[in-house]
Write a protein that binds this ligand. Structure first.
Ligand SMILES: [Zn+2]
Length: 319
Protein backbone atom coordinates (compact mmCIF):
# COMPACT_ATOMS: atom_id res chain seq x y z
CA UNK A 1 0.00 0.00 0.00
CA UNK A 2 1.37 3.42 -0.93
CA UNK A 3 2.42 5.55 2.01
CA UNK A 4 2.84 9.26 2.53
CA UNK A 5 5.35 10.91 4.86
CA UNK A 6 3.75 12.75 7.76
CA UNK A 7 5.59 14.56 10.54
CA UNK A 8 5.05 11.53 12.80
CA UNK A 9 6.09 8.95 10.21
CA UNK A 10 4.70 7.19 7.15
CA UNK A 11 0.91 6.83 6.82
CA UNK A 12 -0.97 4.61 4.34
CA UNK A 13 -2.72 6.89 1.85
CA UNK A 14 -5.95 4.95 2.39
CA UNK A 15 -5.99 6.19 6.00
CA UNK A 16 -5.84 9.94 5.30
CA UNK A 17 -9.59 10.53 5.72
CA UNK A 18 -11.05 14.04 5.72
CA UNK A 19 -8.21 16.38 4.83
CA UNK A 20 -7.64 20.14 4.85
CA UNK A 21 -5.08 20.74 2.12
CA UNK A 22 -3.74 24.20 2.98
CA UNK A 23 -3.50 25.55 6.54
CA UNK A 24 -0.64 26.83 8.71
CA UNK A 25 0.22 26.31 12.35
CA UNK A 26 2.96 28.94 12.29
CA UNK A 27 4.30 31.51 9.84
CA UNK A 28 7.16 34.00 10.05
CA UNK A 29 7.77 36.46 7.22
CA UNK A 30 11.48 36.40 6.33
CA UNK A 31 13.05 39.19 8.35
CA UNK A 32 11.04 38.47 11.48
CA UNK A 33 14.38 37.88 13.20
CA UNK A 34 15.21 41.56 12.59
CA UNK A 35 12.35 42.70 14.84
CA UNK A 36 14.35 42.25 18.01
CA UNK A 37 11.79 44.19 20.06
CA UNK A 38 9.11 41.57 19.28
CA UNK A 39 8.33 39.06 22.01
CA UNK A 40 10.00 35.68 21.40
CA UNK A 41 7.71 32.87 20.31
CA UNK A 42 6.21 31.17 23.35
CA UNK A 43 6.43 27.61 22.06
CA UNK A 44 4.46 26.14 24.91
CA UNK A 45 1.61 28.58 24.30
CA UNK A 46 1.78 28.00 20.54
CA UNK A 47 1.65 24.22 20.98
CA UNK A 48 -1.31 24.56 23.35
CA UNK A 49 -3.26 26.85 20.98
CA UNK A 50 -2.54 24.63 17.96
CA UNK A 51 -3.49 21.47 19.86
CA UNK A 52 -6.80 22.97 21.00
CA UNK A 53 -7.68 24.11 17.49
CA UNK A 54 -6.68 20.78 15.99
CA UNK A 55 -8.88 18.91 18.47
CA UNK A 56 -11.78 21.16 17.52
CA UNK A 57 -11.22 20.15 13.89
CA UNK A 58 -10.88 16.49 14.81
CA UNK A 59 -14.27 16.75 16.49
CA UNK A 60 -15.65 17.93 13.11
CA UNK A 61 -14.17 14.84 11.41
CA UNK A 62 -10.72 16.05 10.34
CA UNK A 63 -8.08 13.31 10.10
CA UNK A 64 -5.28 14.93 8.07
CA UNK A 65 -3.90 18.45 7.84
CA UNK A 66 -1.46 19.70 5.22
CA UNK A 67 0.71 22.62 6.35
CA UNK A 68 2.53 23.68 3.18
CA UNK A 69 4.85 26.15 4.91
CA UNK A 70 7.95 26.41 2.70
CA UNK A 71 11.48 26.34 4.12
CA UNK A 72 11.80 30.14 4.24
CA UNK A 73 8.51 31.09 5.95
CA UNK A 74 9.37 30.27 9.55
CA UNK A 75 8.67 26.54 9.13
CA UNK A 76 8.75 24.60 12.44
CA UNK A 77 8.31 20.88 11.90
CA UNK A 78 8.97 20.06 15.57
CA UNK A 79 5.89 22.08 16.52
CA UNK A 80 3.90 20.20 13.87
CA UNK A 81 5.11 16.86 15.25
CA UNK A 82 4.19 17.87 18.79
CA UNK A 83 0.66 18.82 17.72
CA UNK A 84 0.23 15.67 15.60
CA UNK A 85 1.32 13.53 18.54
CA UNK A 86 -0.95 15.33 20.99
CA UNK A 87 -4.03 15.11 18.75
CA UNK A 88 -3.66 12.01 16.58
CA UNK A 89 -4.35 14.13 13.47
CA UNK A 90 -1.88 13.42 10.63
CA UNK A 91 0.12 16.53 9.74
CA UNK A 92 1.94 16.66 6.40
CA UNK A 93 4.71 19.26 6.02
CA UNK A 94 6.45 20.69 2.95
CA UNK A 95 9.82 21.42 1.44
CA UNK A 96 10.14 24.19 -1.15
CA UNK A 97 10.57 27.97 -1.29
CA UNK A 98 8.20 30.94 -1.23
CA UNK A 99 7.69 33.69 -3.82
CA UNK A 100 10.41 36.25 -4.40
CA UNK A 101 8.86 39.33 -2.76
CA UNK A 102 7.97 37.63 0.52
CA UNK A 103 10.45 34.77 0.59
CA UNK A 104 14.14 34.44 1.31
CA UNK A 105 15.32 34.94 -2.26
CA UNK A 106 18.70 36.71 -1.74
CA UNK A 107 20.74 33.58 -1.01
CA UNK A 108 19.93 31.60 -4.14
CA UNK A 109 19.83 34.76 -6.27
CA UNK A 110 23.39 35.49 -5.17
CA UNK A 111 24.47 31.93 -5.91
CA UNK A 112 22.75 31.98 -9.31
CA UNK A 113 25.28 34.59 -10.47
CA UNK A 114 28.04 32.02 -10.18
CA UNK A 115 26.55 28.54 -10.14
CA UNK A 116 23.61 26.45 -11.32
CA UNK A 117 21.23 27.46 -8.54
CA UNK A 118 18.39 25.32 -9.90
CA UNK A 119 20.53 22.22 -9.28
CA UNK A 120 21.37 23.42 -5.78
CA UNK A 121 17.70 24.05 -4.97
CA UNK A 122 16.76 20.66 -6.41
CA UNK A 123 19.40 19.03 -4.23
CA UNK A 124 18.04 20.85 -1.16
CA UNK A 125 14.47 19.70 -1.82
CA UNK A 126 15.49 16.12 -2.63
CA UNK A 127 17.66 15.89 0.47
CA UNK A 128 14.75 16.95 2.70
CA UNK A 129 12.40 14.58 0.91
CA UNK A 130 14.68 11.56 1.15
CA UNK A 131 16.77 12.10 4.31
CA UNK A 132 14.55 14.39 6.32
CA UNK A 133 14.60 18.02 7.47
CA UNK A 134 17.82 18.91 9.32
CA UNK A 135 18.41 16.28 11.97
CA UNK A 136 14.72 15.73 12.77
CA UNK A 137 14.27 12.72 10.48
CA UNK A 138 10.91 14.30 9.48
CA UNK A 139 10.23 14.03 5.76
CA UNK A 140 7.97 16.41 3.85
CA UNK A 141 5.01 14.96 1.93
CA UNK A 142 4.70 17.80 -0.56
CA UNK A 143 6.76 20.46 -2.39
CA UNK A 144 5.57 24.07 -2.10
CA UNK A 145 6.31 26.84 -4.58
CA UNK A 146 4.85 30.30 -5.15
CA UNK A 147 4.51 33.08 -7.65
CA UNK A 148 3.52 36.74 -7.38
CA UNK A 149 0.74 38.70 -9.13
CA UNK A 150 0.76 38.86 -12.94
CA UNK A 151 4.35 37.65 -13.39
CA UNK A 152 6.74 34.87 -12.58
CA UNK A 153 10.13 36.34 -11.74
CA UNK A 154 13.35 34.64 -12.93
CA UNK A 155 13.96 33.56 -9.31
CA UNK A 156 10.47 32.04 -9.03
CA UNK A 157 11.01 30.24 -12.32
CA UNK A 158 14.16 28.66 -10.85
CA UNK A 159 12.19 27.50 -7.81
CA UNK A 160 9.38 26.04 -9.94
CA UNK A 161 11.84 24.19 -12.18
CA UNK A 162 13.75 22.82 -9.18
CA UNK A 163 10.46 21.69 -7.58
CA UNK A 164 9.44 19.86 -10.77
CA UNK A 165 12.82 18.12 -10.93
CA UNK A 166 12.65 17.12 -7.25
CA UNK A 167 9.09 15.90 -7.74
CA UNK A 168 10.08 13.74 -10.70
CA UNK A 169 13.02 12.32 -8.77
CA UNK A 170 11.11 11.50 -5.58
CA UNK A 171 7.48 11.05 -6.65
CA UNK A 172 6.34 13.73 -4.17
CA UNK A 173 3.64 16.09 -5.56
CA UNK A 174 3.65 19.91 -5.78
CA UNK A 175 1.30 22.47 -4.29
CA UNK A 176 1.52 26.13 -5.25
CA UNK A 177 0.67 29.63 -4.09
CA UNK A 178 -0.78 32.09 -6.58
CA UNK A 179 -1.72 35.73 -5.99
CA UNK A 180 -5.02 37.29 -7.03
CA UNK A 181 -5.91 34.26 -9.14
CA UNK A 182 -3.13 34.87 -11.65
CA UNK A 183 -0.24 32.85 -13.14
CA UNK A 184 -1.70 29.40 -12.50
CA UNK A 185 -1.60 28.57 -16.21
CA UNK A 186 1.99 29.80 -16.48
CA UNK A 187 2.96 27.67 -13.47
CA UNK A 188 1.54 24.64 -15.29
CA UNK A 189 3.46 25.61 -18.45
CA UNK A 190 6.73 25.51 -16.50
CA UNK A 191 5.93 22.18 -14.83
CA UNK A 192 4.90 20.69 -18.18
CA UNK A 193 8.14 21.97 -19.75
CA UNK A 194 10.00 20.02 -17.06
CA UNK A 195 8.05 16.90 -18.05
CA UNK A 196 5.78 16.71 -15.01
CA UNK A 197 2.47 14.90 -14.94
CA UNK A 198 0.10 17.77 -14.06
CA UNK A 199 -2.14 15.44 -12.05
CA UNK A 200 0.51 15.82 -9.37
CA UNK A 201 0.03 19.58 -9.08
CA UNK A 202 -2.41 21.64 -7.02
CA UNK A 203 -2.63 25.23 -8.22
CA UNK A 204 -3.29 26.85 -4.88
CA UNK A 205 -5.49 29.86 -4.17
CA UNK A 206 -7.25 29.48 -7.52
CA UNK A 207 -10.39 30.80 -5.79
CA UNK A 208 -8.64 34.19 -5.92
CA UNK A 209 -10.09 34.39 -9.44
CA UNK A 210 -13.77 34.14 -10.33
CA UNK A 211 -12.93 33.67 -14.01
CA UNK A 212 -14.29 30.28 -14.99
CA UNK A 213 -12.24 30.25 -18.17
CA UNK A 214 -9.09 30.47 -16.03
CA UNK A 215 -10.31 27.56 -13.89
CA UNK A 216 -11.48 25.35 -16.75
CA UNK A 217 -8.30 25.98 -18.80
CA UNK A 218 -6.27 24.59 -15.92
CA UNK A 219 -8.62 21.73 -15.01
CA UNK A 220 -8.59 20.57 -18.65
CA UNK A 221 -4.86 20.03 -18.26
CA UNK A 222 -5.42 17.54 -15.44
CA UNK A 223 -4.22 19.46 -12.38
CA UNK A 224 -6.15 20.08 -9.19
CA UNK A 225 -7.25 23.52 -8.05
CA UNK A 226 -7.17 24.76 -4.48
CA UNK A 227 -10.32 26.55 -3.39
CA UNK A 228 -8.33 27.05 -0.27
CA UNK A 229 -8.78 30.57 1.03
CA UNK A 230 -12.33 30.43 2.34
CA UNK A 231 -12.83 33.13 4.94
CA UNK A 232 -9.93 35.26 3.72
CA UNK A 233 -12.35 37.88 2.49
CA UNK A 234 -9.93 40.82 2.43
CA UNK A 235 -8.51 39.20 -0.70
CA UNK A 236 -11.66 37.82 -2.34
CA UNK A 237 -15.25 37.65 -1.03
CA UNK A 238 -16.48 34.15 -0.20
CA UNK A 239 -19.54 34.84 -2.38
CA UNK A 240 -17.30 34.93 -5.44
CA UNK A 241 -15.36 31.83 -4.32
CA UNK A 242 -18.70 30.05 -3.85
CA UNK A 243 -20.13 31.22 -7.16
CA UNK A 244 -17.13 29.85 -9.06
CA UNK A 245 -16.99 26.65 -7.01
CA UNK A 246 -20.69 25.89 -7.50
CA UNK A 247 -20.30 26.54 -11.23
CA UNK A 248 -17.40 24.08 -11.52
CA UNK A 249 -19.19 21.47 -9.42
CA UNK A 250 -22.26 21.93 -11.62
CA UNK A 251 -20.27 20.73 -14.65
CA UNK A 252 -18.86 17.75 -12.70
CA UNK A 253 -15.31 18.97 -12.11
CA UNK A 254 -15.47 17.93 -8.44
CA UNK A 255 -12.68 15.37 -8.83
CA UNK A 256 -10.07 18.09 -9.28
CA UNK A 257 -10.88 20.53 -6.46
CA UNK A 258 -9.73 20.64 -2.83
CA UNK A 259 -11.02 22.92 -0.06
CA UNK A 260 -9.20 24.81 2.69
CA UNK A 261 -8.77 28.24 4.34
CA UNK A 262 -5.02 29.11 4.34
CA UNK A 263 -5.53 29.97 7.99
CA UNK A 264 -2.49 30.94 10.07
CA UNK A 265 -2.63 30.08 13.75
CA UNK A 266 0.58 31.61 15.14
CA UNK A 267 3.05 34.22 13.88
CA UNK A 268 6.75 34.70 14.52
CA UNK A 269 7.60 38.29 15.45
CA UNK A 270 4.76 40.53 16.61
CA UNK A 271 1.18 39.29 16.37
CA UNK A 272 -0.85 39.88 13.20
CA UNK A 273 -1.83 43.59 13.18
CA UNK A 274 -5.28 42.82 11.72
CA UNK A 275 -8.12 42.68 14.28
CA UNK A 276 -10.03 39.38 14.29
CA UNK A 277 -13.31 41.26 13.54
CA UNK A 278 -11.98 42.13 10.08
CA UNK A 279 -11.78 38.42 9.19
CA UNK A 280 -14.53 36.77 11.24
CA UNK A 281 -14.59 33.59 9.14
CA UNK A 282 -10.86 33.13 8.60
CA UNK A 283 -10.65 30.09 10.81
CA UNK A 284 -10.11 26.45 9.98
CA UNK A 285 -13.62 25.33 10.99
CA UNK A 286 -15.35 27.63 8.47
CA UNK A 287 -15.48 25.05 5.64
CA UNK A 288 -17.11 22.49 7.95
CA UNK A 289 -19.48 24.85 9.73
CA UNK A 290 -20.50 27.22 6.93
CA UNK A 291 -19.21 26.33 3.47
CA UNK A 292 -20.38 22.70 3.33
CA UNK A 293 -23.90 23.57 4.55
CA UNK A 294 -24.03 26.35 1.94
CA UNK A 295 -22.95 23.91 -0.78
CA UNK A 296 -25.66 21.48 0.29
CA UNK A 297 -28.15 24.32 0.22
CA UNK A 298 -27.07 24.99 -3.37
CA UNK A 299 -27.83 21.39 -4.27
CA UNK A 300 -24.27 20.00 -4.25
CA UNK A 301 -24.38 16.27 -3.49
CA UNK A 302 -22.58 14.63 -0.57
CA UNK A 303 -20.52 12.62 -3.10
CA UNK A 304 -19.06 15.81 -4.52
CA UNK A 305 -18.33 17.17 -1.05
CA UNK A 306 -16.61 13.89 -0.10
CA UNK A 307 -14.61 14.04 -3.33
CA UNK A 308 -13.16 17.44 -2.40
CA UNK A 309 -12.40 16.62 1.25
CA UNK A 310 -11.53 12.90 1.17
CA UNK A 311 -11.01 11.30 -2.25
CA UNK A 312 -9.13 14.06 -4.09
CA UNK A 313 -6.37 14.48 -1.47
CA UNK A 314 -5.93 10.71 -1.53
CA UNK A 315 -5.79 10.56 -5.32
CA UNK A 316 -3.36 13.50 -5.46
CA UNK A 317 -0.93 11.80 -3.10
CA UNK A 318 -1.22 8.40 -4.76
CA UNK A 319 -0.37 9.38 -8.38
ZN1 LIG B 1 -0.52 29.26 2.65
Amino acid sequence: MKQISTVTGPCPIENLGTTLMHEHLLIGWPGWEADTAAPPLNRKEAAKLCTERMLELKELGLRTFLDPCPIDLGRDVDLMAEVAQATGVNIICATGLYKEDQGAAPYFKFRAQFTDAISEMTETFVRELTEGIGSTGIRPGVIKVATQTHRISPYEEMVLRAAARASKETGVPITTHTDEGTMGREQLDLFAAEGMDLKRVIVGHSCGSADLRYHVDMLDRGCMLGFDRFGLEILQPDRLRMASLIGLLGIDLHEQIVLSHDSVWCWRGRPLPVPAEVLPNWKPTHVFNNIIPALRQAGVSQDKIDAMLIHNPRRYFSH
